[in-house]
Ligand binder design. Sequence first.
Ligand code: ZN
Length: 242
Amino acid sequence: MNEQKIEEIYNMIVEYYNKFLKVQNVKLPNLKIKGKYTKDALTLIYLAQDYPNTKTISKSELTRFIQQYYPDVNDVQQARHLGAQKGWYIGSGTRNDNISTLNPGDYKLISLEVAYPGFTGQKRIENVTGDFWEDLKRAYNYRCATCGSKEGEPNYNWPETITKLQKGHMDPNKPLEEGNIIPQCEKCNRADRNYWVYDSKGRVVKIANAKVIDNCSLDIQKQIYERLAKKFKTKNKKSDQD
Ligand SMILES: [Zn+2]
């Protein structure tokens, strides 16, 4: 693929993006950064060839293409990230997303008009520009995502404490970076919060540390034990036979 073709396909993608995908919070990769094509753009361009009659592309084929610009790359993850994290509707045979014709390791660009199913784009975060942390706080109306206490005002539950918002992990097992941050007051952003995974609304949605089981009642511990015993029993039996 020559430079002209790359630009041509990228421009087509931008056209669709502006018309359909921008409002769905899909993230458009830069064509170039510091004069160099980005891996994301190259991946998208390769998958978008002959759109809407796109072909199924194997990961190795895609890798060979990216290697023309990034010779050191040997495991291209871009197609997966473009779908799950950036919202492009790229079918993946590995992801088991019910696009039945795809084999494991195969990708196919399905649409430039519809975002990846289930992709929300975290609109409150992504639509803001400029300083990330200030914008994030503004998106939350300067309130703690968990308890709602407002920055500079007395904490709801500890009125003698003036609220100061901190960067709280959504998932403490992942890095504290854009997409994994909610503003929390110092009362909600305590060390023991590392037991939990929060959603963007500051609600606990998962356990982040198995130790939390130790704090549960014996009855709950027993229920968990039984569930897990049931879940892993079949697996163990199988490996015993191997
Ligand atoms: Zn709070």
